[in-house]
Design a protein around this ligand. Structure first.
Ligand SMILES: Cc1cc2nc3c(=O)[nH]c(=O)nc-3n(C[C@H](O)[C@H](O)[C@H](O)COP(=O)(O)OP(=O)(O)OC[C@H]3O[C@@H](n4cnc5c(N)ncnc54)[C@H](O)[C@@H]3O)c2cc1C
Length: 379
């Protein structure tokens, strides 16, 4: 970039009270809650992409809080309390999204969520029933409904699925348009006076006299009273001590298909596979568990291993009786850790972070952001 003018220095790049690194859903929701609680705060959000380029505009748009096999696996790994806490954060987050934005604005559909149990999984029906009952009982105080999950096998034939033995329904889930959600959030925070800057990468930062100075990929620095790192999978660039690693998620979308028999958000195999209708198209993603090590990357390239596996799943399970062609393929990068709890903390007097959103960050983001805003304003 050429030398900056005094006008630019005193407006776009002027020192701010808070500088947020990363304009994915978490950075945007954090800006919203900070401004809502204290309208006088000057805030800038800085993203290295020309638009947010991590997970928020590249996900599947599920408005979900966890499928039965995933929540059971989470319970075994993290314990019952953390599993319930996570569901509560996601469930509250989903409600918050719909409180702030109209369904039309973000193309929210109350389409329901489902989980497929395949013939290959060979799950004992009694075990499945008792898992569903147990989860419904444990989640009742959180979702304030008698039942989140129930078995609905008769829908398998109606939806036209192959190789599927059981189907679990969850009427509390839905789907939205991820691009529209990010744009709506951007419009909202800008209307509140937040400065949004794109194409600026924060390379590193240091604290000087109680303020944060940020080196960028341009020949100017930025200054702020406080730095909030919301760069999720990429957070170790700025905070190398964090226990977080990238996990690429690959997606494909078919062309519109005749006679699509289902609508809704579908999970399979502990959430490692997920698909939904997008109008008359099928959006399918996941299969990361087929190449765990290869997918621990920040690269947005696609691989034959995953794309071929997704096509196999499409052919054998989703559309065994129909043709399809693929119109879109892409990938995004999630931030994962040894467990699914996000990292929402104060790192030093001036530096905070809200990262590691895992595979359900759309739902988590509003709750995480509200917590972070409170933490920063109380500090
Ligand atoms: C394929 C896929 C499918 C998914 N499906 C769903 C789903 O259906 N439902 C759901 O709830 N969740 C889903 N997720 C997860 C969800 O998208 C994420 O958890 C969520 O978007 C994380 O938001 P974030 O703001 O923390 O991170 P991100 O959206 O990744 O934002 C981080 C931002 O930081 C920027 N950045 C990075 N480093 C720097 C730097 N040094 N300086 C400046 N900017 C920087 C990046 O450009 C990026 O825009 C999916 C994720 C993927 C990848």
């Amino acid at each position: 970039m050429a030398h900056i003018s005094i006008w630019e220095k005193e407006s776009f790049f002027a020192p701010k009270d808070v500088l947020i690194a990363g304009s994915g859903v978490v950075g945007l929701w954090c800006a919203y809650y900070l401004k809502k609680s204290n309208p006088k705060l000057s805030i800038a959000i800085v993203d290295r992409g020309i638009i947010p380029t991590g997970a928020s505009t590249r996900n599947a748009g599920f408005a979900c809080f966890g499928s039965v096999t995933e929540l059971i696996a989470d319970t075994l790994k993290m314990g019952e309390d953390k599993m319930i806490d996570l569901v509560e954060m996601r469930y509250r987050g989903l409600k918050r999204i719909r409180k702030v934005f109209s369904d039309k604005e973000i193309a929210f559909e109350e389409s329901g969520g489902y989980e497929l149990i395949s013939e290959a999984q060979d799950m004992d029906i009694n075990v499945l029933r008792s898992n569903i009952d147990w989860l419904n009982h444990k989640l009742k105080p959180v979702i304030k409904k008698e039942k989140a999950f129930f078995l609905d096998d008769h829908l398998i034939t109606r939806f036209g699925f192959g190789s599927t033995r059981h189907l679990i329904q969850n009427r509390l889930e839905g789907q939205l348009h991820s691009g529209k959600l990010c744009q709506a959030l951007l419009r909202l925070v800008q209307s509140m006076g937040v400065t949004v800057l794109n194409g600026i990468e924060i390379k590193q930062f240091e604290t000087v006299n109680g303020r944060v100075e940020l080196q960028t990929n341009h020949d100017f620095t930025l200054q702020a009273g406080r730095l909030l790192v919301c760069t999720n999978a990429f957070a170790r660039q700025l905070l190398p001590e964090l226990d977080i690693e990238p996990a690429r998620g690959q997606v494909l979308v078919t062309s519109p298909v005749d006679n699509l028999k289902f609508s809704g958000a579908f999970h399979y195999d502990e959430g490692f596979y997920y698909f939904r209708n997008l109008g008359k198209r099928v959006l399918l993603g996941g299969a990361r568990n087929r190449a765990f090590e290869e997918e621990k990357t920040e690269s947005l390239l696609l691989t034959d291993t995953i794309q071929q596996e997704l096509e196999r799943f499409l052919r054998e399970v989703i559309r065994p009786a129909g043709d399809f062609t693929i119109d879109y393929r892409w990938s995004g990068v999630m931030g994962m850790g040894p467990e699914k709890m996000p990292v929402v903390k104060q790192v030093s007097d001036q530096v905070f972070c809200a990262v590691r959103m895992g595979g359900m960050g759309v739902a988590l983001a509003p709750w995480v952001a509200e917590k972070m805003a409170r933490m920063m304003l109380d500090a």
